[in-house]
Design a protein around this ligand. Structure first.
Ligand code: SF4
Length: 182
């Protein structure tokens, strides 16, 4: 469907790669037929990247790494559950804003943090609030510029992000402790 709407654009399937070894032949055939590049990020996890490279070559699918996080540090986002940060300041220091917008169910969020905060709320029994101004509904806009204007400004949810405090930490298995995020 994406190829239908973007007949000549580059389409990159960016993924952590965990499920790639389980994808069936049809997946690889579609990637080849629709000219979709498969772009995993290498993480220090048990994924046989060499085998994936071989598979992509065999299926004549373009394959390249989006990033290589093996042996790297992990960017530790800092959530302020009180929601008392200045939105403009959070946005100004944010490494995610405009870099990784998320479209889901017709709504565009400027970052994965706001879009997936429901998972955080569920895991830690918190109530970080999303409102209608935190996303733009693609079915309610008049022109492309509306999206571009939306993405260049802070959203109310930015008050939950302590972006100046973002730090690098070692990779490791999560203990499921909220302190890993705050
Ligand atoms: S909510 Fe705002 S500050 Fe937080 S990650 Fe998203 S864009 Fe950045």
């Amino acid at each position: 469907m994406t190829r239908r709407y973007f007949p000549i654009g580059v389409i990159n399937l960016v993924t952590n790669g965990i499920l790639l070894p389980k994808m069936d032949e049809e997946f690889w055939d579609i990637c080849h037929a629709q000219q979709i590049d498969v772009c995993p990020t290498k993480y220090p996890i048990k994924v046989d990247y060499k085998n994936l490279e071989k598979k992509a070559e065999e299926k004549r699918v373009k394959y390249h790494y989006f990033g290589d996080a093996t042996g790297c540090m992990w960017t530790h986002k800092v959530i302020d559950i009180s929601g008392s940060r200045f939105e403009n300041c959070s946005f100004m220091y944010c490494p995610n804003a405009n870099l990784c917008p998320v479209l889901k169910h017709g709504k565009i969020f400027p970052c994965p943090t706001a879009r997936h905060i429901d998972k955080f709320n569920k895991a830690y029994n918190t109530e970080l609030h999303i409102c209608e101004k935190d996303y733009i509904d693609i079915y309610k806009i008049d022109k492309l510029e509306d999206i571009m204007n939306f993405l260049t400004k802070p959203i109310p949810f930015c008050r939950y992000c302590n972006t100046p405090a973002i730090k690098e930490t070692d990779w490791g298995i999560s203990k499921g402790d909220i302190a890993e995020w705050t």
